[in-house]
Design a protein around this ligand. Sequence first.
Ligand SMILES: *[C@@H]1O[C@H](CO)[C@@H](O)[C@H](O)[C@H]1NC(C)=O
Ligand SMILES: *[C@@H]1O[C@H](CO)[C@@H](O)[C@H](O)[C@H]1NC(C)=O
Ligand SMILES: *[C@@H]1O[C@H](CO)[C@@H](O)[C@H](O)[C@H]1NC(C)=O
Ligand SMILES: *[C@@H]1O[C@H](CO)[C@@H](O)[C@H](O)[C@H]1NC(C)=O
Ligand SMILES: *[C@@H]1O[C@H](CO)[C@@H](O)[C@H](O)[C@H]1NC(C)=O
Ligand SMILES: *[C@@H]1O[C@H](CO)[C@@H](O)[C@H](O)[C@H]1NC(C)=O
Length: 505
Amino acid sequence: MGWLVKALAASILLCLCFAITESAPKSALVTKLPGFNGTFPSKHYAGYVAIGKDRRKNLWYYFVESERNASTDPVVLWLNGGPGCSSMDGFVYEHGPFNFEQKKRNAPLLHLNPYSWSKVSNIIYLDSPVGVGLSYSKNQSDIYRSNDTKTASDTHAFLLEWFKMFPEFQSNPFFISGESYAGIYVPTLASEVAKGNKNVMITNKRHKTKKVTKPVINFKGYLVGNGVTDPVFDGNALIPFTHGMGLISDELYAETKAACKGKYFDDENPSLECTKNKIKVSREVSLLNIYNILEPCYHGTSLSSSDIGSLPKSLLNLGKTEKPLPVRKRMFGRAWPLGAVVRPGIVPSWSQLLADTGTPCVDDRVATAWLNDPAVRKAVHAKEEKEIGRWMLCTDHLEYEHDTGSMIELHRNLTLSGYRALIFSGDHDMCVPYTGSEAWTRSMGYKVVDEWRAWISNGQAAGYVQGYANNLTFLTIKGSGHTVPEYKPREALDFYSRFLAGEKI
Ligand SMILES: *[C@@H]1O[C@H](CO)[C@@H](O)[C@H](O)[C@H]1NC(C)=O
Ligand SMILES: *[C@@H]1O[C@H](CO)[C@@H](O)[C@H](O)[C@H]1NC(C)=O
Ligand SMILES: *[C@@H]1O[C@H](CO)[C@@H](O)[C@H](O)[C@H]1NC(C)=O
Ligand SMILES: *[C@@H]1O[C@H](CO)[C@@H](O)[C@H](O)[C@H]1NC(C)=O
Ligand SMILES: *[C@@H]1O[C@H](CO)[C@@H](O)[C@H](O)[C@H]1NC(C)=O
Ligand SMILES: *[C@@H]1O[C@H](CO)[C@@H](O)[C@H](O)[C@H]1NC(C)=O
């Protein structure tokens, strides 16, 4: 059966559904994508959802239906971090339905990704908050200032609208996922969703009405990868990590530990000795790729992407994985300084960070070229560049305030309310090291119900897992950097599928 026949059949089906009950908006259907000439293994949708009082905020999403059973598989929301990074980072570089192959001068070619998370779930890639990626607002003042609280309530508003547009997915189990700064987005949004559901149910009871004005979101649990969580635990994580990984000497570790009294995060009054030792540690690791200490890093001083051709070939070939696109080595976007401590208040912008830290080690060229191609914008129902500006992996135009503090109490409330949580960590990431995530999950004080053990993927130990009561699981991915599905696509799909299915990982 040809593509056309299938597409016709699909659209007839859609029309029928629409006549019976409201269902997925036909106008959002993505029928072709530049760079891909095959048949989509499932339906794709993309477009804007307008939220807010005068609906002036427009959040852009890309929705991939499950390639297994869309009607019963879970719906998962994916969020990249930053703050200010587009979730198309996840789509292009991590677990999206396509592997992007970079072509010398031409647009990238898209191949099907055998480890796409759409193999087992329906997945929404959302550009959030407004002003990030392809999302925009008609009022610039919405874009330039944001914070955790506003982001969570806007994303919750998006979800309520989205489930109204796609009512056939309202009964699927729903999960929230993300990485890095989404360690803040995920639990804050999860709390909003849980609270929203409670309110809808109370309202319905009070009014003795069966007519639900707002959908109850069938929220089941969440996943956080190498997520920012708590300034003290995250701040204390780096020094033991560098020692455990053999990046600093026993002597320096002992001296630093003594000088800092084992507390490396001390915002108030660090001793001079402690500070001096911490600087020494930073110097020891300064040549490493912060996102994966095993990967190479470009040490040139130029920041323009035009000089990329002058990099030695051997460097460009390093870091290759099973994916056609080598792991990124340079990034022209936001990156965290060593220590990855997110303090309350304004989060520094990329250019401010860069002044202190030099060139970060990741690359965004393929995504930048593809998402700024007018044909791609058209195909994914996004506004043109002249209307909303260029797509950037991580925007520079956001003044973002971290206003929700530590996430630990939110995790406690959520897990005690019966929501399942998977806290996973690529164990070679130095940006948000596993040592912090391991320590804060343990600090919750839940009973260990599945004692530290290797977990298996493809017949090999793929990392370690510790299961706690209240369905809290901490998991490492051996040899992986900050963006786990980018480095370990097969292993990532394995733990993801098992977690969603409620199986032992
Ligand atoms: C897609 O393009 C590739 C490379 O140009 C070609 O080999 C292949 O036959 C094409 N596939 C289809 C279904 O047109
Ligand atoms: C999907 O799941 C539904 C409900 O269990 C079932 O009726 C349907 O046959 C399944 N479809 C496929 C393609 O497996
Ligand atoms: C934009 O938003 C700001 C702050 O809410 C408001 O003061 C201003 O009037 C708005 N401008 C427009 C054109 O709506
Ligand atoms: C977060 O942003 C919203 C909207 O701009 C604002 O009303 C609120 O006061 C901010 N919260 C904090 C803690 O600054
Ligand atoms: C946790 O839940 C309790 C009881 O519902 C509530 O009073 C408290 O504010 C919540 N804590 C946080 C951090 O949300
Ligand atoms: C853990 O999750 C399973 C599967 O969803 C559920 O049956 C069980 O009740 C949960 N346990 C707790 C303590 O919440």
